[in-house]
Design a protein around this ligand. Structure first.
Ligand code: UT7
Length: 319
């Protein structure tokens, strides 16, 4: 039986750092409020010339390097993003060209903050079936492009960045399972409700959120989808070495960890220095914890995310 295994990881955050103190100058907020309600201290913001595919390129190059591979080895590219370079072609096609890859499919996945889990699940199916030998899976966001900088309820929460993993076939796990879900009835609670009609932007294309409702749903559903992953593999939470959840709010992460019964020392938290980078948050956190040697080969890692749609999902894997 073929499994897919993560053989390399990489990430990238833009140079510019926006602190809570910087935000105090722009909107009626305070460092104390942001830290107390979200755990965020700072976030990265892309330079005007940096497209989402540029962030993805940096993360992808680092992931390839850590896997000991070259761009020509890649035969499948999937990019999870909510902030594509343009309406079309896909950000994955731009990334493919920038990497110099000329074969295999390249596609974007749109599942907002759950995007990386969706992308990982899709790539896992291709690798396990033998249809791909070397999949590049990226979560990349210039999410600050979607912010209304006068709305203190949302503009303090998000940041930009990219993370990537390489998936290759292996004889053992690898990825034990992925579980994906969606329920479009919740669309209005978290959206960027704009579109293009007759060449003009219609509606307000910046983030609109019912924060309290999203918070409650997130804690309930993250616990549920993690238990689904554990049950499907007859594992207990004690057997998990690391929990790498979507990084939206440290209070959501702590409440979920408590519900699951996982010790806080096994939870990777990066939201303090990245903010919420949507589809990029999990691969950014995963790469950070692998590079600083918290996550080691053989460790079992549980990933879980929830985002607009609503969408939600989990992945249980061994590094
Ligand atoms: O990736 C998934 C996407 N999003 C999320 O996961 C976010 C989920 N939600 C949350 O993280 C939290 O609900 C927030 C951080 C967005 C808000 O925290 P909260 O504890 O739910 O605060 P709240 O919305 O109930 O607001 C409390 C107060 C309000 O003032 P009043 O009405 O009590 O006078 C807000 O106006 O805090 C005020 N407030 C702020 N004050 C200072 C809201 N934003 C800010 C701000 N600075 N930035």
């Amino acid at each position: 039986m073929i499994f897919s295994k993560i053989t390399g990881t990489g990430s990238y955050t833009p140079d510019q750092v926006l602190t809570n103190q910087d935000l105090e100058q722009r909107v009626d907020t305070s460092d104390a409020w942001i830290q107390a309600r979200t755990g965020i201290r700072q976030r990265h913001v892309h330079a005007p010339h940096e497209k989402t595919s540029d962030l993805a390129l940096m993360a992808a190059k680092r992931a390839l390097k850590s896997a000991g591979l070259a761009p020509e080895d890649v035969d499948f590219i999937v990019v999870a993003t909510t902030t594509p370079d343009m309406v079309f072609p896909s950000t994955a096609c731009f990334l493919q060209a920038k990497l110099g890859v000329t074969r295999g499919p390249a596609l974007d996945v749109q599942a907002v903050c759950t995007g990386f889990i969706y992308a990982l699940s899709i790539a896992d199916q291709y690798v396990r079936s033998g249809a791909a030998q070397c999949a590049l899976v990226v979560g990349a966001e210039n999410f600050t492009n979607l912010l209304d900088w006068s709305d203190r309820g949302t503009c303090v929460l998000f940041g930009d960045g990219a993370g990537a993993v390489i998936l290759q076939p292996g004889n053992g796990p690898g990825i034990y399972s992925t579980h994906l879900h969606a329920d479009g009835r919740y669309a209005a609670q978290l959206s960027a409700p704009g579109n293009i009609q007759e060449g003009e932007i219609q509606g307000k294309p910046t983030v609109h959120m019912d924060g309290g409702a999203v918070f409650k749903f997130a804690v309930r559903i993250l616990d549920q989808v993690c238990r689904e992953a554990l049950n499907a593999n007859q594992m207990t939470i004690e057997q998990v070495d690391w929990f790498v959840p979507h990084q939206a709010n440290v209070r959501i992460i702590e409440a979920t960890g408590e519900k699951l019964g996982i010790s806080p020392g096994k939870v990777v938290v990066t939201v303090d220095h990245h903010g919420n980078t949507s589809a990029a948050s999990i691969p950014l956190a995963l790469d950070e914890a692998i590079r600083d040697s918290r996550i080691k080969p053989g460790h079992k890692v549980l990933l879980a995310a929830v985002g607009g749609g609503f969408t939600w999902g989990s992945a249980l894997l061994e590094i």
